[in-house]
Design a protein around this ligand. Structure first.
Ligand SMILES: *[C@@H]1O[C@H](CO)[C@@H](O)[C@H](O)[C@H]1NC(C)=O
Ligand SMILES: *[C@@H]1O[C@H](CO)[C@@H](O)[C@H](O)[C@H]1NC(C)=O
Ligand SMILES: *[C@@H]1O[C@H](CO)[C@@H](O)[C@H](O)[C@H]1NC(C)=O
Ligand SMILES: *[C@@H]1O[C@H](CO)[C@@H](O)[C@H](O)[C@H]1NC(C)=O
Ligand SMILES: *[C@@H]1O[C@H](CO)[C@@H](O)[C@H](O)[C@H]1NC(C)=O
Length: 477
């Protein structure tokens, strides 16, 4: 890899860290009602269908279609019952839409409905033995009639030709929001206790499953859309806090397994303490690289009430996306492939492999390695109180006695005032910083979230130019 290329990559990375910002652009059209929990379906061309929803004191029974090119919305049908809560919609190969939700007049009866687009009619077609509120519906491809319904465990498929429901896998973590990247479903789920969200990647071809911690708090009534290739965009689902800024969209990177809160200008509500109670339906429109958002309900800071919205708005992901040709992680940093501990578990009728990542702070653990290192003590990339021992390529992690910190020059634990340690993003603007303890490493800070990367060997981080550079140009002690 040439120096120029590396410099360009790092400069573009620096730019991204500092320039990550989206803007909400509002449509002239508005939803027929201020409402939340509407189920959205994009036909891949120009139409986004919106099924049901919940207005302030009544359920919305209409089916509306939003035209992206014309920026208009019109009602095209209705579902002939009440109690329409957020559910999910998928299409059959004949173009009809199937709504998985409660279409009967009681909470206890669950049904699903078919909307015949050509005839503008709706009929209830089958009862489901579960309540699919807040489900996600996904198909492997457009030529398939098999719909995966992400709701709880077991994971089920519904065949739109035969109307047969099949249990296909046992899920350890129940999906709360789901989307698709390539041939895989990506779903997020909460855990009890100190609630952290987990993310599972389920390959719909092979049914292989991989679950890991996200480092995000449990996402309640969040909504999600993916760019179909790499990034998942989550809106809402969290109560604002110092490390969880509101008026943001969370970008989850399915390759590096890390998240960033991206600030959004012109957000639908203004007070920073306000948050979504039910996030707006999210739809990714590939040809424009936009995510469209419909309605939702936010919790007001003053008085604690909630407010449904009728707004239709979008963000342009080109404002933040790196062009595909300079996608950072595939080229840079070169050490981000994970080799997680894998435990194989047999679930349901199929065999799946479940991967549990226990550490959430080191998405690129390869930087903690004894590879290419002579025997000795080395600084720990993330923590000055820890250090790494390498012996015959074998790695062992040690912790200095409190309050001592590891001094890489003396190669031993020393009192803190004698150690130059600044592996932290607290109070630092977004950007790239020297690691301080190890010249081959550098730090990135995004919204005060720290990440550590290693320069591609033999390069070292140049603390003046803030790029990886040839060792002879870098003043490193
Ligand atoms: C579809 O039917 C609804 C009533 O259910 C009506 O309001 C709407 O205009 C119809 N749309 C079309 C395209 O015929
Ligand atoms: C589409 O998905 C079905 C399973 O639902 C699969 O059998 C078929 O091979 C897939 N087709 C393509 C072109 O990937
Ligand atoms: C999205 O933003 C990019 C620049 O950030 C601009 O070139 C492009 O035209 C925008 N796309 C749309 C569909 O507005
Ligand atoms: C070790 O050295 C080899 C050859 O120079 C290189 O390809 C590899 O990336 C290095 N590994 C690490 C972890 O630095
Ligand atoms: C850490 O670095 C930042 C900016 O580079 C600086 O402002 C801060 O004083 C440093 N802290 C320590 C403890 O050295």
């Amino acid at each position: 890899m040439g120096l120029i290329k590396i410099v360009i990559l790092i400069l573009s990375f620096t730019f991204l860290c500092q320039g990550q910002r989206l803007t909400a652009t509002y449509s002239a059209a508005r939803l027929p009602y201020a409402m939340d929990r509407t189920a959205a379906y994009y036909d891949g061309v120009d139409s986004i269908y919106l099924f049901g929803g919940r207005a302030n004191s009544y359920e919305v029974r209409s089916i509306s279609v939003y035209s992206i090119s014309q920026d208009t919305i019109k009602m095209v049908g209705s579902i002939s019952s009440t109690y329409l809560f957020e559910s999910c919609v998928e299409s059959a190969t004949n173009g009809n839409l199937y709504y998985f939700g409660n279409v009967a007049s009681s909470y206890s009866v669950t049904n699903n409905a078919m909307f015949d687009i050509s005839r503008n009619t709706t009929e209830a077609i089958a009862a489901l033995p579960f309540y699919p509120a807040d489900c996600g519906a996904l198909k492997l491809n457009h030529t398939s009639n098999i719909v995966y319904i992400f709701k709880d465990s077991p994971l089920r498929t519904f065949d739109l030709e035969t109307m047969v429901l099949t249990e296909v896998a046992t899920l350890t973590h129940y999906p709360t929001i789901s989307t698709k990247i390539g041939n895989s479903a990506i779903f997020f789920s909460g855990v009890s206790g100190p609630a952290l969200a987990r993310v599972t990647k389920l390959n719909l071809d092979t049914m292989e499953m991989e679950t890991r911690n996200t480092g995000l708090h449990t996402l309640s009534y969040a909504r999600v859309a993916s760019d179909l290739v790499r990034y998942v965009y989550i809106i809402g689902g969290y109560v604002p806090a110092a490390d969880r800024p509101t008026q943001t969209i969370i970008q989850w990177d399915t390759q590096l397994h890390q998240h960033v809160y991206i600030p959004v200008d012109n957000y639908p509500f203004s007070y920073s303490e306000e948050s979504w109670q039910y996030s707006p339906a999210s739809v990714y429109v590939e040809k424009l690289n936009r995510i469209y958002y419909f309605g939702g309900r936010y919790r007001q800071r003053v008085g604690g009430g909630t407010m449904p919205l009728s707004a239709i708005w979008h963000v342009n992901l080109s404002d933040i996306d790196p062009p595909a040709s300079t996608t950072i992680p595939t080229e840079y940093p070169s050490t981000t492939e994970e080799e997680p501990e894998t435990e194989i578990t047999t679930e349901s009728a199929i065999t799946t492999s479940t991967t549990v990542i226990t550490t959430t702070t080191t998405p690129n653990p390869e930087i903690i390695t004894c590879q290419n290192k002579t025997d000795g003590m080395y600084p720990h990339p993330y923590d000055c109180a820890m250090f790494i021992g390498c012996h015959n390529g074998e790695l062992e992690i040690f912790t200095c006695p409190v309050p001592l910190l590891f001094d890489p020059v003396a190669s031993t634990c020393m009192p803190p005032h004698l150690v130059d340690c600044n592996i932290s993003c607290v109070g630092k603007p977004d950007g790239v910083y020297p690691h301080g303890q190890d010249c081959s490493l550098f730090i990135t800070c995004v919204s005060e979230i720290l990440e550590v990367y290693r320069c591609p060997p033999p390069l070292l981080f140049d603390p003046i130019l803030l790029v990886c550079n040839y060792p002879e140009f870098v003043d490193c002690v």
